[in-house]
Design a protein around this ligand. Structure first.
Ligand code: NI
Length: 271
């Protein structure tokens, strides 16, 4: 249900500042990139906004290739800040074991407005795969740019793709959309859910946005989202994690950071 796509949401961050302050966000990413060796490039522009890709190569051959995205929906800021917070404190020795790629803020116009949709009233996390989607729509401005980079993104996320989201309709429960090459959720899905569940009780079984959720997981739901499209492109596994958007924002940011850590540790533990 996306009828809230034009509503504005804003929170005060635990350290002060507004949850939609893109100037502060960009300054922290720039400082981090310079300090820890992230390479920054501009994939293209969406309106007046640069859509940035950060990459950090592994220090060893054959390391897993992981892609993490945040900020598809502008009223879900804990994903954006949680991703940043994790990498600000991450141990370089851990990062050196992985080939990492980040899309730190996909929907910049929505983020600044604290609004789910972009400045064109589009849902940036739909329209990636018209053929398979149950609610096929045209891709957004952001989506069209990402679709142009399909081969690159598929290679960057070959061993896993994570997209950090929130559900602003939820007051206390967390859950996960996951996609695996399997008929039932496996260790990947469970690891992400467990990290979420350390902060928030798991959403009870039932229906969320028209999809069945069981044990906190909506599984193998091909809905035209970025993460489902990445699976269609051939990545090994993908997930969209959801924190409750009406819970205290500090707890949401911490949970998002914990899920980023669980995501990047998964291929290391499995190998
Ligand atoms: Ni979302």
């Amino acid at each position: 249900m996306d009828q809230g796509g034009t509503q504005h949401w804003r929170w005060t961050l635990p350290a002060g500042g507004a949850s939609n302050d893109q100037v502060a966000l960009d300054a922290r990413w720039s400082a981090l990139a310079a300090r820890v060796g992230w390479q920054t490039e501009v994939l293209g522009t969406v309106g007046a906004d640069a859509l940035r890709l950060l990459t950090r190569p592994a220090g060893v051959d054959g390391a897993p290739r992981l892609l993490i995205a945040a900020g598809f929906h502008g009223e879900e800021p804990a994903g954006v800040w949680g991703l940043l917070a994790f990498f600000e404190r991450a141990d370089a020795a851990l990062l050196d074991r992985l080939n990492l790629a980040l899309l730190p803020l996909v929907n910049a116009s929505g983020f600044r407005a604290g609004r789910r949709f972009n400045d064109w009233g589009e849902n940036p996390n739909r329209g990636f795969s018209g053929a398979a989607a149950s609610d096929a729509v045209a891709p957004s401005h952001e989506g069209r740019l990402l679709l142009q980079h399909a081969a690159r993104l598929r290679a960057l996320g070959a061993d896993g793709v994570l997209s950090c989201h929130e559900d602003v309709k939820q007051t206390q429960h967390g859950y996960v959309y996951s996609l695996e090459r399997a008929s039932a959720p496996g260790a990947f899905s469970r690891a992400l859910l467990a990290a979420n569940a350390r902060a928030f009780p798991v959403l009870p079984d039932g229906d969320v946005d028209g999809h069945p959720v069981r044990d906190g997981i909506v599984f193998n739901n091909y809905d035209g989202s970025f993460e489902a499209w990445m699976m269609e492109c051939g990545v090994a596994r993908a997930a969209c994690v959801e924190t409750p958007g009406q819970a205290p924002i500090g707890e949401r940011i911490a949970a998002q950071s914990a899920m980023v850590e669980a995501f990047i540790r998964f291929p290391l533990a499995a190998s």
